[in-house]
Design a protein around this ligand. Structure first.
Ligand code: FAD
Ligand code: NAG
Ligand code: NAG
Ligand code: NAG
Ligand code: NAG
Length: 636
């Protein structure tokens, strides 16, 4: 097992080295003195933009500055680690590791979060689950910026972004064999792109997958043919971000860098940190200086960006670059001892992530399900699995990263009492109580409070929509499930470490600071536990073990939820939100930072709130739309 793991890692490392190292830059002395576009962060969205700009403008130069290395970075679920290592196996040089501040409303627990630190960013280390948001997420996103943004030519509603979801990936339909064996369904009309980022179905499922799917159907949950086309309420099959045939991980470093790295106008500088942006002429309209720090020898240097600086360092790091550049809330910058350049309170505010409790059961009657993940403990089975994965085409357990089935259910479909929860959220949006749920330093910033109220009223309408999902329950295998809160109402912050501005930022989720989040969690859990009362689950004598049938009252369920909570499913977002400036926004619909002419943000920081999906597909789609907006603006 260990030997094969090493062999695979070395093989991938060798392949990566051979193809990359001719072009990747390691020292600022290997660079031009200036570039047209400098992109901070060679991750999911940043490389998407770099690829598109270097293709559209062969005469313009593009530099991506990436903190990490060009390497094979072991991902959260990469074979042969996926089954027993879980997310904790995503250690090593390819990730930043964060521990959040304690969350007082959740037993003072701290969230443990990874973020990609490698060429490819988080797409190179994530769980490869490749679903897309609901159309209503994007319609709500556009609504949050309405009417202020209505006159913009750039639309971020579903109609405005769906073409970029389509463009961002190449989808391969499941083989006839796996359709017959597992019942996979898909609809090619949700796809159609030919970009070398791949979305595919694994040719393998654990045998008990069918139990959960049958029980869910018996609960009346509608089986959806395809959930990537915007309609996402029901039981979905979800493809993975992997190549067809080989079943290897597909990520931005391969699809948006390696496959086009021959372009002479596209440079990547690795092992460098973008420190800050400066305005040498003292105006926001001239060319920009970007300060870099080498992570090898700690030397600083400056580069000129003639056209634009594009921030794509992810939801935790994009705000740090802005803060160090003097852009943020005046009070926050004062605490950090940084001279104010532009007062923009939304920087590093509005932090959100997916979280949720677990729910578990056990079977008291026999069922013969084979194969099961526990079979991987058998060395002969495991060796066969490795061999099958290394064949062409690949097959077997290692082609399946985590799950590829889930339910997405709306609040009205879960509880007749949904109007009660929606009314509470509406009241918060209007009666002035909402500021009590925000960080205390928000109180000095009326724009942040106004923006939060706008979000609450848009989200209240979203949650009342029977077609807009409020929870996701992904099923891998086994006897426990995680119940995602797709649209949390609590808001946290990302702040600079005042003692060391170049160190990793301080992440404060403030999970559960808005009590309505627990009302939603309780509704989700009460709905899901009805799953045991289905003919399929009764056949196997399923009994609830967590929380257990004795826990019935909402107050007790709330305590159980706090005890069993996973605080982060590693989808941090929204820390430089696309909202009007008067509502605490950081960027407008053209992705320009409010008040700056030549700085844009293109990563998941710009989401105003979380979507009903894991976030990599949205990072790619935002990157594609951003590239289109930037290209059009420089063609003018
Ligand atoms: C362990 C894990 C599991 C996940 N599982 C899934 C999943 O199964 N499905 C899914 O859809 N999503 C998943 N996600 C989330 C998803 O991958 C991310 O939301 C998405 O990739 C973020 O894209 P991004 O472009 O915003 O940032 P990233 O892709 O994270 O890119 C940011 C890049 O900027 C670099 N950087 C940071 N600071 C600086 C600086 N100062 N200077 C230069 N470079 C810098 C970083 O090294 C990184 O390469 C997971 C994430 C993680 C970490
Ligand atoms: C959480 O920590 C704070 C500060 O240390 C403390 O005052 C509070 O009592 C703690 N809460 C819980 C639930 O442990
Ligand atoms: C959920 O609501 C949608 C839209 O009204 C409906 O089509 C679907 O059948 C509902 N599902 C359940 C389980 O009630
Ligand atoms: C970068 O530019 C700034 C502003 O002009 C200057 O203060 C700093 O010394 C420069 N750094 C280097 C390494 O040249
Ligand atoms: C506002 O509404 C919330 C939710 O219903 C309620 O908890 C709170 O007490 C109300 N505050 C005021 C000032 O009316």
């Amino acid at each position: 097992m260990l030997a094969s793991r090493l062999t695979l890692a070395l093989l991938l490392a060798a392949l990566t080295k051979a193809s990359h190292h001719a072009t990747v830059k390691r020292h600022t002395s290997d660079l031009h003195e200036s570039y047209d576009f400098i992109i901070a962060g060679g991750g999911t969205a940043g490389l998407t933009v770099a690829d598109r700009l270097s293709e559209a403008f062969p005469k313009k130069t593009i530099l991506v500055v990436e903190y990490g290395e060009v390497e094979y970075a072991r991902g959260g679920f990469d074979p042969p680690d996926i089954i027993f290592g879980g997310a904790s196996s995503a250690r090593g040089p390819g990730v930043f590791t964060f521990q959040s501040l304690p969350n007082p409303e959740v037993r003072n627990k701290t969230a443990f979060v990874f973020a990609g630190k490698t060429v490819g960013g988080s797409s190179a280390v994530n769980g490869m689950y490749f679903d897309r948001p609901s159309r209503f997420d994007h319609d709500a996103w556009a609504e949050a910026g309405s009417p202020e943004f209505d006159t913009s030519e750039h639309k971020w509603n579903w109609e405005g972004i769906f073409p970029y979801f389509k463009k961002s990936v190449t989808f391969t339909e499941p083989s006839i064999g796996s359709v017959q064996k597992y019942g996979y369904t898909s609809d090619i009309s949700a796809y159609g792109g030919s970009t070398p980022i791949f979305s595919s179905f694994p040719p393998f499922l654990w045998a008990d997958n069918v139990i959960a799917r049958n029980a869910w159907k018996e609960m009346g949950i509608r089986e959806a043919k395809e959930c990537a086309g915007g309609d996402k309420e029901g039981l979905c099959w979800i493809p993975l971000s992997q190549y067809p045939v080989t079943a290897r991980r597909s990520h931005a470093g391969l699809g948006h860098y390696e496959s086009v790295s021959f372009r002479p106008n596209y440079h990547i500088l690795v092992k460098h940190q973008v420190v800050k942006i400066m305005y040498p002429d003292g105006t926001f309209s001239g060319s920009l200086l970007v300060e870099l720090r080498s992570l090898v020898d700690d030397q600083f240097s400056n580069l000129t960006a003639k056209a634009e600086v594009i921030l794509a360092a992810g939801a935790f790091h994009t705000p740090t670059i802005l803060y160090r550049s003097g852009i943020g809330a005046a009070s926050v910058l004062k605490d950090a001892g940084i001279p104010l350049v532009l007062d923009l309170p939304g920087v590093g505010a509005n932090l959100q992530d997916h979280s949720g409790p677990s729910w578990s059961w056990s079977y008291t009657k026999p069922g013969n399900f084979s194969p099961m993940p526990s079979d991987m403990l058998n060395t002969i089975f495991a060796a066969k699995a490795t061999a099958a994965f290394n064949e062409t085409p690949a097959s077997g357990p290692y082609t399946l990263s985590m799950a590829n089935s889930a339910i997405y259910v709306s609040l009205p479909n879960m509880t007749a009492d949904y109007t009660h929860i929606v009314d509470i959220i509406r009241a918060m949006a209007t009666n002035g109580s909402s500021s009590a749920y925000l960080p205390t330093d928000y109180n000095a910033e009326p724009s942040l409070i106004a923006g939060y109220k706008r979000q609450l009223s848009v989200l209240a309408a979203f949650l009342a929509n029977p077609e807009a999902p409020s929870t996701e329950v992904p099923f891998a295998t086994g006897t426990s499930a995680r119940i995602f809160l797709l649209h949390p109402l609590s808001r946290g912050t990302v702040r600079l470490d005042v003692n060391d501005h170049l160190a990793q930022p301080i992440v404060d989720y403030r999970l559960g600071s808005n009590p309505a989040d627990f009302d939603l969690h309780v509704a989700h859990l009460k709905f899901l536990r009805r799953m045991l009362d289905t003919p399929t689950m009764r056949l196997y004598g399923a009994v609830e073990t967590g929380p257990g049938a004795h826990v019935q009252h909402d107050a007790a369920l709330r305590e159980y939820i706090k005890d069993s909570m996973t605080l982060s499913f590693m989808h941090p977002c929204c820390t430089a939100a696309m909202l009007p400036r008067e509502l605490g926004g950081v960027v407008g619909p053209d992705l320009r930072v409010h008040g700056l002419e030549r700085v844009r943000i293109v990563d998941v920081s710009v989401l105003p709130f979380l979507v009903s999906a894991h976030t990599s597909s949205t990072a790619y789609a935002v990157g594609e739309k951003a590239a289109d907006i930037i290209i059009r603006s420089w063609l003018k």
